[in-house]
Structure formats: C-alpha cells, structure tokens
Write a protein that binds this ligand. Structure first.
Ligand code: SF4
Ligand SMILES: [Zn+2]
Length: 318
C-alpha cells in the first residue's frame, strides 16, 4: 500500500520517530480482565516491535513504537520468546496473551508469514490469544490458518473507532462500516472472538456529542458480535491532532466524559465494555476527585456492576 498525499501530510507533522530495535519487545504487562462469560482472566500483553502500519489514521500515535522497514523474519519469535522466558520466573502463567504490535498482525510486512507457525507454537499453552489488525486485513485464509495452529482460541482486536459519519470518513482509516461488519462476521463464522476498539473524542465529533457517539459506536460493535469493547480516549501529541485542535476540530476528551460513556455502556449485556485506563493520567479532570474517579473506573472495568457517581465539592460533581 503506497502512501497517499494525505498520509504524507499527516506524517510530515510528526516529531522524529525514536529508534526501535526489532529484536526487543517494548515491554509487557499482566492485568486481570473480565470476559463475556463472567469469569476474570489474567492476561499478559506483549508490546512487540515491528513494521509501521500503512494506514496513517489521523489520531494514531502507535507509529512511535514501530520500525521503518518490514519486520525482519525471526525478530518477533525472538522478542516473544524472551518475554515468555521472563514470565516463567514468576508463575502462575496468565490464561490469555495479547500480542500487540502497534500495527496489523495479518499484514505480512508486520508479521512475516514465515514466523507465524513459530509464534503459534510459542503461545500454544495460552487458552486465549489476542492479536490486533485493521478490519480490512482479517478476512481471508491467513487468519483461519493462524487460528488453526493455536493451542487456544483466537481473538482479533479491530478498531471500529467511530460510527459518526463525518468523523469516520475523515480519520484516514479507510474503513467503511460494511467492511467492518464483513470482518466481524468472518471472525464469528469461524469461531474467532471479536474485540473492538472504540474512540472517545475523535476529531470532527463535537465535544458535546462525544459521549453519545461513543455509546452509539459501542452499540454498533455489540450488534456486530463483539465480546469485548474497549473505549479509548483520543490523545494528542502526534502533530495532526494539534493541527486539528487549532482548527477547532478536536477537543481532548475528559475523565468525566469517559465515566459517562462507560456508565451508559454497562447496561449493554453480553459484551464486556471497559474504559482504557493506560493513559488516564493525561485526561483533563478535577484534581480533588480524580483519584477516586479513576479508582471507580477500575472497579467498573473489573466488575461490570454500576456504582453511584463520585461526588465532589470542588468541581460540583454529584
Ligand atoms: S489502523 Fe491502527 S495502527 Fe494503523 S494507523 Fe490506524 S489506528 Fe494506527
Ligand atoms: Zn472534583
């Protein structure tokens, strides 16, 4: 896929990319996650280093964690083996592994075909394996082939981002809703689980409609069969988001909006909806009640059970 003029324009606003070693994972973390059947699963996320995603979405900053050229053959198995070795030193082993490569797992430039059997072997002992990939890369035999090779069950995480028609068309993601639905159906028809990423506060969605569009997008993901949906607040910092903010087309989402969106989505049964809290410290919010609000969000993520809102005399929230 050759870069378009829009891709080049967005990339030209970026700060220089840090050097990335394709033989060393960026890191890993272990968290407890609720699953659609009500169980809580220990999940290991491995942040793999590899080729940059060709899509150049306007809001994306994952390119910082990628290399310029294709991922060298053998690099991902080496990264993964090193992380798994370190994990063996602190049992018990989690039930799920998430292989997040800041790009598309089913793009052969990002995950060389020749490495996939070895990757499947390395993760054979996990009951669940999650990979991330753009919807347009998941329909086809390569996904099924990888799923067949696993010891456990495959889950593919796909960015739906927003169903707001203007915003979706201007994200530069090149994803039509019917292409998303086709990808979701392909996964479900083949016994592969669907996890969906939904944005809070994408550019071109008015700030006062932000929560509403996030909830609508989550509802759409649920209708398409998502077992897990993660609400991700959009962050600035990639150059393009700052340009859009200056034009009045992007307002950074707030902690209060994230709470409102999650509160509304907890009512959707059968699907686990969580708030992504990896960068929660960056969200604008009241200093006096922030900690209590974040703690409440963590509890909601873990339990899925609604709680009264946090009250605060400083910001007047109730
Ligand atoms: S498809 Fe995903 S990784 Fe690629 S640019 Fe868009 S958000 Fe970033
Ligand atoms: Zn407050």
């Amino acid at each position: 896929m050759s870069p378009t003029a829009e891709d080049r324009r967005i990339r030209s606003l970026r700060a220089p990319k840090p050097a990335v070693d394709p033989y060393r994972a960026h890191g890993s973390l272990v968290e407890d996650e609720r699953r659609p059947d009500g169980t809580v699963e220990r999940a290991l996320t491995v942040f793999l280093a590899g080729a940059e995603c060709p899509f150049t979405c306007s809001f994306c900053d994952l390119w910082r964690w990628t290399t310029n050229g294709p991922t060298p053959a053998g690099a991902l198995p080496a990264q993964l083996a090193a992380v798994l070795r370190s994990l063996d030193e602190s049992p018990p082993r989690p039930g799920r592994i998430k292989l997040y490569n800041a790009s598309n797992f089913f793009d052969p430039r990002a995950v060389p075909l020749v490495d996939r059997p070895r990757i499947a072997e390395l993760v054979a002992s996990f009951a669940g394996v999650t990979v991330e990939s753009h919807a347009s890369t998941v329909v086809g035999p390569a996904t099924l082939e990888f799923a067949r090779r696993l010891g456990g069950r495959l889950e593919v995480a796909v960015g739906l981002e927003t169903v707001h028609p203007t915003a979706a068309a201007r994200l530069n993601k090149r994803l039509e809703l019917n292409a998303f639905a086709r990808a979701a159906q392909h996964l479900i028809d083949n016994g592969i689980d669907l996890r969906v990423f939904v944005l809070l506060g994408p550019p071109h969605v008015p700030a006062d409609e932000s929560v509403e569009w996030t909830v609508r997008t989550v509802e759409h993901a649920v209708q398409c069969g998502a077992g897990v949906v993660s609400i991700i607040p959009v962050r600035g910092g990639n150059g393009e988001m700052e340009r859009l903010a200056q034009l009045g087309a992007f307002t950074p989402p707030t902690l209060a909006q994230l709470e409102k969106a999650l509160d509304r989505c907890l009512a959707l049964s059968g699907t686990v909806v969580t708030a992504d809290l990896w960068d929660v410290a960056l969200l604008p919010g009241c200093a006096a009640c922030r900690e209590r609000r974040v703690a409440r969000l963590r509890r909601l993520n873990e339990s899925g059970i609604a709680e009264p809102p946090v009250g605060c005399i400083e910001c007047g929230a109730s």
